[in-house]
Design a protein around this ligand. Structure first.
Ligand code: ZN
Length: 303
């Protein structure tokens, strides 16, 4: 490992005092002697006591279990949709452009952004997911452009105004305080930075016969709330961001087709189902997920 892998342009910060972090032996350390261990010899665990809550403990347990049988890097058609949406909104990276992928999980967005030339800080709360991400990044030859960190999305270990692009795919609904999370996004984003957030849509847009299964899924996976365009617009505006676009996915044909394929043990119709689903991108009703793209307003701009 070299320093550029851990501190690209020195953007990592201590979560207790916000001083820069440097590698010191087998740890990361700030000028005030706050010390953080490395998981797998490479991934700083940048959590402090504020990260300890029963909800987070449950989330780590759930997602550690999810990654037990992780079978290596894949980019399925439904994943490609989010990668395309991010790339389209962010545009090509300028030299030194840095993105942060919050709740990076298996890391497919991190890896595809790195392949496109971005430097990516990949952040997740669950060590097992970051270990998988590092393995995939190494296998794809892209680890040099990726800084993996284990941290809370509500206490980003990142310098102020250092980020050009933000990804938060299916993470905000898991967080105890989405206002604090959005304040953190505003702190780390440069003026004009672009972002993409994905979340489950409010149940009033979901077909009523799917409410029980959605309710059960929310409890099981740890979703604390759902969103629509208006809630995202208000939340983001409070922190100096403006929504650009909303897109909807997971319509009935996609959900029913995916379940049918699971029963038949096939992925033969994946591409077709995705194409069908994309046709409903502007239709909120009957969808499952909402993707919003946004940007940070320059200082002094009128919202
Ligand atoms: Zn410190």
């Amino acid at each position: 490992m070299n320093d550029s892998q851990v501190t690209p342009k020195n953007t990592l910060r201590c979560v207790q005092c916000h001083e820069p972090l440097l590698r010191q032996g087998a740890t990361m350390c700030c000028a005030n002697a706050h010390t953080y261990p490395l998981a797998d010899g490479i991934i700083p665990i940048l959590l402090d006591q504020r990260g300890n809550c029963s909800h987070y403990a449950g989330q780590i347990e759930y997602f550690t279990n999810e990654f037990k049988n992780y079978g290596g890097y894949r980019l399925d058609p439904w994943m490609r949709k989010y990668v395309d949406a991010a790339m389209q909104h962010f545009g090509p990276p300028h030299a030194g452009a840095t993105a942060v992928d919050i709740g990076a999980a298996s890391g497919y967005i991190t890896i595809e952004l790195a392949r496109a030339g971005w430097h990516v800080i990949a952040l997740d709360l669950t060590p097992a997911s970051m270990v998988s991400l590092v393995q995939s990044a190494r296998q794809q030859g892209l680890l040099e452009r990726i800084t993996p960190v284990i941290a809370s999305a509500m206490d980003l270990p990142i310098a102020d105004a250092s980020i050009d692009a933000i990804v938060g795919n299916a993470v905000i609904e898991h967080l105890p305080d989405d206002d604090k999370f959005t304040a953190e996004l505003a702190r780390v984003a440069k003026p004009g930075a672009r972002g993409l957030l994905v979340a489950p849509i409010k149940l009033k847009y979901v077909w009523p016969w799917l409410w029980p299964v959605n309710y059960y899924h929310d409890r099981r996976i740890g979703h604390l709330r759902r969103y629509d365009r208006a809630t995202f617009a208000a939340l983001l505006a409070r922190h100096g961001f403006s929504v650009d676009q909303a897109q909807y996915s997971g319509h009935f044909v996609k959900v029913a087709g995916t379940l049918g394929q699971m029963l038949l043990g096939t992925h033969r119709y994946d591409e077709w189902l995705e194409r069908c689903d994309r046709r409903g991108a502007q239709r909120a009703f009957g969808s499952s997920n909402l993707t919003v793209t946004f940007h940070k307003l320059s200082r002094g701009a009128i919202i």
